[in-house]
Design a protein around this ligand. Sequence first.
Ligand code: SF4
Ligand code: SF4
Length: 432
Amino acid sequence: MTNQDKKSIPLKNPDLLSACIHCGLCLPACPTYLATGRETESPRGRIQLINLWQQGELGPDERLSEHINSCLGCMGCQTACPSGVQYEKILFETKTQLAKQQNPTVRKLLRYIFRNVLPNYSKLRQIGKLLRLWQSIQLDKLTSKSILAQSFLKNIAKWQEFLPEIKKYQPLPKLSWQAGEKNQQVEFFGGCVMDIFYNHVNHASIRLLTKQKHIVRVPPQTCCGALAAHAGEVDIATDLAKRNIEFFEQNGANNPIIVTSAGCGAMLKSYGELLSHDTEWHERAENFSKRIFDISEYLKKFPFTCTPKVLNIKVAYHAACHLAHVQKILNDPIDLLKPIAGLTLIELKEAEHCCGSAGIFNLTHDELSSQVLARKINYIAETKADYVVTTNPGCMLQIKAGIDKQGLNTQVVHLAEILDEAYNDDEGQKPS
Ligand code: SF4
Ligand code: SF4
């Protein structure tokens, strides 16, 4: 440990750490603890390590970084904690400090992706096209047989396990509505990963919103910054936040902003906190965050005026961490599914436990991520459901990869896909 390391501290406010009374009630809620059985991979253990760093007894070395970076950031512990430990704040500040210790080449590459790739939607669509081409010529089969598969392409082949079938990209309509009485104008946030991999979910969501008589506008927008923030690259996340605030302030609009990705929604709702020390932006960020609604949260507020179709299917609901633990939206998705006749909801054990996706965790910590996923897939197998319903693209990618690996006959869908099937007939206006 260098003198510089000794002087560095993870948290500006050490009281965040003293709130932990070491009771351990968070341990059964922690997927990395359940997978490894190690205290250092538990919330209590991580808090203790951060505490030792704060006291100057440990430096931010590689081992400490690994224990912190092996945290999924799922916030299951925060929900479980009876002492109100603000684990999200602790993790966010600690990761910001740890990012500075990272290998400079890896960090440079990640920063480039966060700043120049994810926010650039036309570049992302090009990447989506390339991936579709990759899938159509079944290069995966070639790579798995070739000698090259032993090296570089082997890694790519492993990563592509997580790719869904990428469909032809259909741009989102700038403005959508149905004929007749109008309800409210809303703005729509499509997300980067969601819109490239699950573009059809965004279209389904827009159809549902117009079915509830809203006028839906899709303004210019950029990446929410969640992946940058979770990697501790706060400056990039802050820049992206400011750009989105500006985009959604255009036209002087103060309309609700609807989000289909739980991860993006959680990030957009945190802009007020992210910019809390910026006197010029804080109020604007707070106003912006108050306008954010997850699609389930918003659809629940308004009744559908038609009877849903009968869907004879068995459904299990997986609660995305950033919906359940961060946004605290627990019942809305289930309440929306209940009125659909024929649909049987089957309880999924540990439905609110993380699936191991957590942004790019499944790529950076593939072994631990697979262990966490295996537990989830075993419980899904027990349900024998036709569909696993969730609300986050990362969960959809991860759970689908686990289901394919285990050969289950279950499909993973977004809540909006089921609701679209139930509520939208062919006469409804499809986005133009
Ligand atoms: S984080 Fe909360 S639940 Fe976990 S050990 Fe500390 S006080 Fe107990
Ligand atoms: S955020 Fe999730 S993975 Fe990290 S300590 Fe808490 S429960 Fe465990």
